[in-house]
Write a protein that binds this ligand. Structure first.
Ligand SMILES: [Zn+2]
Length: 453
């Protein structure tokens, strides 16, 4: 493993995650020199250039922390392994510290996985611990199963990173592919997102999805945006959180298709909410809309979630609430369909965090009936079931609201399983009182109505 490896757990600032890239064949010496200067000035991780320019970059960047990255078998990957080895050797001799090699896509599609792995192994061997090796999978040409398979091969072959795209094929990096690659390679490898990443928001979405490196030629404008103080840093963090937690809800199958919606309050009177029709599993920054507390759009081209009115009602009634989650987790929703409130004391954690979860009478979704139906419950609890619909939770942060949704679903599921075994024994009065004391001692925030012993 190369010492230059970037742990995904590291709190990367955006500049330190960027490979400042110029791979256009017509790039001139003056442009390459300018690239190096910018990389040093802004503190980018590396410059990524064609092999011809490695020597020049290594000289120019000799006294800086910026690494020189180059490409091998680029951009098609369809050259003999010996040629990739030779290119790697030459690049190292010229001063390269990072090698972005293209996978043999044709061999991969032919099912010759052993050849694909050998191809990578040989480049890793040629780099022999002197350079970081990133394997470009060209994810735009692969389906999800193939992305997983190709990323696994790169891991088995001992590469340091998997990378999405050359930027020279049809499509570039997607949040979905990055998340899939991260899930496949785990924490031991880096994931580089590249191809079509032009805005700061794109880059942050990739980092939120699990990328540890961003390949882009728009680096300077991306980090200059950062310098403008027009947007508070909290806004960016909120965007990244909505994307991250949306994916988590979708992965846990708490929402399907375009179900569910999330929001975060920014300051006193602005709310960042998911757009109508968005799939929470694949949220991108443009799927988020900034509105005021009356629902009037402030920023974002899309239309806010049709269930925004319910979120806004929570924010208006509860000054302590910073985030609202609405989802349709199957067991909680089944309770809501069966007409059952989750108000019995079943599991200690649920007793302490949720208390009694009421069943809000059915209201037509996407209408003003929803906030009206919610109103009587908002001062009494942080989680509700919506009859024949789903569930809503809220809290002092998005993470807290999501936690409540997960505890709610676990409670519904365990209750269902226990009932199917023929017995649901609940905690007695003394046990509940003890738990309520603990809640008090811990000073847990939010509102709660004790559940039924
Ligand atoms: Zn819904």
């Amino acid at each position: 493993m190369c010492p230059a490896f970037d742990s995904p757990g590291r709190d990367l600032s955006l500049p330190a995650a960027i490979d400042h890239t110029l791979l256009k064949p017509e790039a001139t010496e003056a442009q390459i020199r300018a690239l190096c200067k910018e990389a040093a000035q802004y503190g980018f991780a590396a410059v990524c250039v064609n092999p011809y320019w490695v020597k020049l970059c290594a000289q120019v960047l000799a006294d800086t922390a910026v690494k020189v990255c180059t490409v091998v078998g680029f951009p098609l990957g369809a050259i003999p392994t010996a040629a990739k080895r030779a290119e790697t050797q030459q690049a190292l001799d010229d001063g390269a510290q990072e090698i972005d090699m293209v996978i043999n896509l044709g061999a991969f599609k032919s099912g010759d996985l052993a050849q694909v792995q050998t191809d990578i192994e040989q480049v890793v061997a040629a780099a022999s611990g002197r350079a970081t090796v990133k394997v470009i999978l060209e994810t735009g040409s692969l389906d999800s199963a193939e992305v997983v398979q190709a990323a696994s091969l790169a891991k088995q072959a001992g590469a340091d990173f998997v990378k999405t795209s050359t930027g020279f094929a049809g499509s570039g990096a997607t949040v979905e592919d990055v998340a899939l690659m991260r899930a496949t390679v785990g924490v031991e490898m880096g994931v580089k997102a590249s191809g079509g990443i032009r805005s700061r928001q794109d880059a942050l979405a990739m980092l939120a999805a699990g990328a540890s490196r961003i390949g882009t030629s728009s680096s300077v404008s991306m980090v200059s945006e950062e310098d403008q103080s027009a947007k508070p840093a909290g806004d960016e963090r909120a965007r990244a959180e909505l994307i991250e937690f949306g994916r988590r809800l979708w992965q846990r199958e708490y929402v399907a298709a375009s179900e569910g919606n999330l929001s975060i309050r920014l300051g006193e009177d602005r709310v960042l909410v998911t757009r109508t029709g968005a799939c929470l599993g694949t949220l991108a920054p443009e799927d988020l809309v900034l509105v005021d507390l009356d629902g009037k759009p402030i920023e974002g081209k899309a239309e806010a979630s049709a269930e925004l009115a319910g979120h806004l009602e929570v924010y208006r009634q509860r000054a302590d609430v910073e985030a609202v989650v609405h989802a349709h987790p199957p067991y909680a929703t089944a309770c809501a369909v069966a007409g059952l409130a989750l108000d019995q004391c079943v599991l200690p954690e649920a007793v302490v965090v949720l208390g009694a979860v009421p069943l809000v009478p059915y209201a037509t979704p996407w209408t003003d009936e929803v906030p009206k139906a919610l109103r009587p419950h908002l001062s009494k609890c942080d989680a509700v079931l919506l009859a024949n619909h789903g569930a809503m939770t809220w809290g002092q942060s998005l993470a807290a609201a999501i936690d409540k949704m997960e505890i709610l679903e676990t409670t519904a599921r365990v209750t269902h399983l226990a009932l199917s075994m023929g017995k649901l024994s609940t905690l007695d009065q003394a046990a509940v009182e003890r738990l309520m004391q603990l809640r008090e001692q811990k000073g847990l925030p939010g509102k709660l109505t004790p559940c039924r012993p």
